[in-house]
Design a protein around this ligand. Structure first.
Ligand code: PEP
Length: 262
């Protein structure tokens, strides 16, 4: 992390926790961070619940004046119309959703999302004033055949190409082989790919945009290993899956600064 880019700690709940369970987790998380005097201006903390929880979580955050920010796990590339089951960015924005994950490897894998669709979804996020969290990452096979940066760089270039309108965005480097496996990339690997991604952003857009864009690492992050990633000035936060469902673990991750001598 650098002091110029506010570190971003994101909890991707995936298809876990119904709206009632969401209330319990968000309350406990906010109270735990409040008891620890968490300074949200120094480390932003966001939760990404399933669609059906968003209204409940938004109402709770609003009523309790929690400083957590809210994200969704996906959106439609379309704005409205005959797209059964899809959710428009306009609807998310109305719910005060700020962030939206796009191109998570589980959607690339199980929903056949390709670079073209992901690019269209990023465009939809920009249209609706949402901040896309664009996920990129290589499989184990790709790592062995092409090295670690090739696929993430290709994917981010594709996601950012040809936009008539570009807003703020975040990139999450998530090696597919590290997601939910307990196998983590080394902090050096994460930093190296982050540099390659930042260079790709500078080439596709501008060096100024690249400089201010937050680049996260994701893949089996825990409270015990988070500080290693955030020690690097290249890594600006983490996208957390499994560990975001456990308040102690996730709040421990959010409080990574305690482990860094800054
Ligand atoms: C994820 O799904 O984005 C993720 C990083 O999962 P996990 O932390 O469980 O590896």
């Amino acid at each position: 992390m650098t002091t110029e880019r506010v570190p971003f700690i994101a909890g991707n709940w995936k298809m876990n926790l119904d709206h009632q369970q969401a209330i319990a987790l968000v309350q406990k998380l906010a109270w735990t961070l409040r008891d620890a005097n968490h300074d949200y201006s120094k480390t932003e903390v966001a939760v990404f619940p399933p669609f059906t929880d968003l209204r409940t979580v938004q109402t709770l955050i609003d009523a309790e004046k929690f400083e957590l920010t809210l994200g969704a796990q996906d959106l439609s590339q379309h704005d409205s119309g005959a797209y059964t089951g899809d959710v428009s960015g306009a609807f998310l924005r109305k719910l005060e959703v700020k962030y939206v994950i796009i191109g998570h490897s589980e959607r690339r894998m199980y929903h056949a999302e390709n670079d073209e669709l992901i690019q269209a979804k990023v465009a939809a996020a920009f249209r609706h004033d949402l901040v896309p969290v664009i996920c990129v990452g290589e499989t184990l096979e790709e790592l062995e055949e092409q090295g670690q940066s090739f696929i993430p760089v290709q994917q981010i270039k594709a996601a950012l190409a040809n936009h008539s309108q570009v807003g703020e965005f975040i990139v999450a480097y998530e090696p597919v082989w590290a997601i939910g496996t307990g196998q983590v990339a080394t902090p050096e690997q994460a930093a190296e790919v982050a540099v390659a991604i930042r260079t790709a952003i500078a080439q596709t857009l501008t060096p100024e945009i690249a400089e201010k864009t937050r680049i996260l690492y994701g893949g089996s992050v825990k409270a015990a290993n988070v500080a290693g990633f955030l020690k690097s000035p290249e890594v600006d936060g983490v996208l957390v899956g499994g560990a975001s469902l456990q308040v102690e673990e996730f709040s421990g991750i959010a409080r990574f600064l305690k482990h860094l001598a800054l």
